[in-house]
Ligand binder design. Structure first.
Ligand code: ATP
Ligand code: MG
Length: 351
């Protein structure tokens, strides 16, 4: 009976990010990779769309629809919408099965240093989305595993995950976090920096999605060899009418500089309090950067020139955390060692 159940109950890893939600199953790999966004009908409270479809609606909705980003700085800010979003994707995964499988077991990443109440919100949202058992693990550990680091060794690793809402900096050794720092400066802040700079220089207001597009296409942390330009449309704040302007990479680099310096300074401050043995290991392996924000052009070079330690961009930085959590279903001993408890409860929650 036990084997039968095990066979048909699914293991799902989840990365519930501020910008993107990813889900992974052992059989199919990453099967959900969508923006963490939900569009809801104000009158009926029904979901209209989720993920990519909901993102397309930002800034283009009539009053009866609200588009919600239920996570802020890595933390659940709208519990009900988070639960709806999780349920929607879990049901979508399960509906692809011809046989009736039992409720899944889930490993989900949580930001480091969150409160018991915030942890519990994640756990409750997952459980009420129809899950049998949930394991919480700290995201920097997941990211380190996904980047291929051997965190089980007595050797220092420094991982910096620059996501949409938060940047997490963590020194990891022997499956544990030795030092860490979390910043609210990450991809969304970079977009805001661009909006502010364009407003100051051109008196033009850009939409969030356009600012993100500018960052991805022509944004950089360091000067580029070849100039990049982009035409964008926003609202002229004086006339109130649409206006087209041309932006170049130097303007965007300058707009991002302050935020990038905050990240580099924070990495420095973590290294300053890290024992010298671990710093020597980190110097040898390099600082590993991951998360979507790490894809900004020239980011490795920027950190390297500020800190004078080699910097390595992880392979496929947007999927590091989810790939890292998923390997833990294959290594339950490590999962037991690193799982995070809510209110010191010694077991994962099961129903
Ligand atoms: N090529 C790129 N250049 C610069 N930024 C990028 C690029 N691709 C994605 N991003 C940015 O990466 C961020 C999303 O990264 P990621 O999916 O790792 O975040 P998240 O895990 O959802 O958020 P968090 O970890 O903060 O909760 C967004 O701000 C997005 O604009
Ligand atoms: Mg993330």
């Amino acid at each position: 009976m036990f084997n039968f159940k095990k066979k048909f109950s699914q293991n799902i890893s989840i990365d519930l990010g501020t910008s993107n939600i990813l889900m992974h199953t052992g059989e199919k790999g990453i099967i959900v990779n969508e923006p963490s966004i939900v569009a809801i009908n104000n009158k009926t409270d029904q979901i209209i769309s989720v993920g990519h479809e909901a993102k397309k609606m930002i800034g283009r909705i009539p009053p009866y629809i609200k588009v919600i980003k239920p996570l802020v700085h890595g933390i659940v800010s709208d519990f009900e919408v988070t639960e709806k979003m999780l349920k929607y994707f879990i049901e979508r995964i399960q509906s692809n099965h011809l046989i009736n499988i039992s409720r899944p077991r889930v490993i989900i990443g949580i930001p480091i240093g969150i409160t018991e109440v915030e942890k519990k919100a994640v756990e409750d949202a997952v459980m009420s989305a129809g899950v049998k058992e949930v394991f919480l693990i700290e995201l920097p550990i997941a990211a380190a595993l996904g980047a291929g680091l051997h965190i089980e060794n007595a050797s220092g690793n420094l991982i910096v995950d620059i996501g949409g809402g938060i940047t997490e900096i963590a020194v990891i050794s022997l499956e544990g976090v030795v030092n860490w720092k979390k910043l609210d400066v990450a991809g969304n802040k970079f977009d805001q920096n661009i909006i502010q700079a364009v407003r100051d220089e051109f008196n033009v207001l850009l939409g969030e999605t356009i600012a993100e597009d500018v960052k991805i296409k022509i944004g950089s942390a360091m000067p580029l060899e070849k100039e990049l330009k982009m035409n964008v449309r926003g609202r002229d704040l004086i006339s109130g009418l649409p206006k087209e302007i041309i932006l170049n990479n130097t303007q965007i680099k300058n707009a991002l500089n302050r935020s990038l310096t905050i990240i580099a300074d924070s990495i420095k401050s973590i290294l300053e309090i890290t024992p010298p043995e671990l710093v020597a290991d980190i110097y040898q392996k390099g600082i590993i950067i991951c998360g979507g924000g790490a894809l900004l052009k020239g980011f490795e070079k920027f950190i390297n020139s500020a800190i004078k330690i080699p910097v390595v961009l992880a392979d496929d930085p947007l999927t590091c955390s989810i790939r890292g959590s998923s390997v833990l279903f294959e290594d339950e001993k490590m999962l037991k060692n690193i799982m995070s408890f809510v209110n010191n409860s010694p077991i994962s929650r099961q129903i």
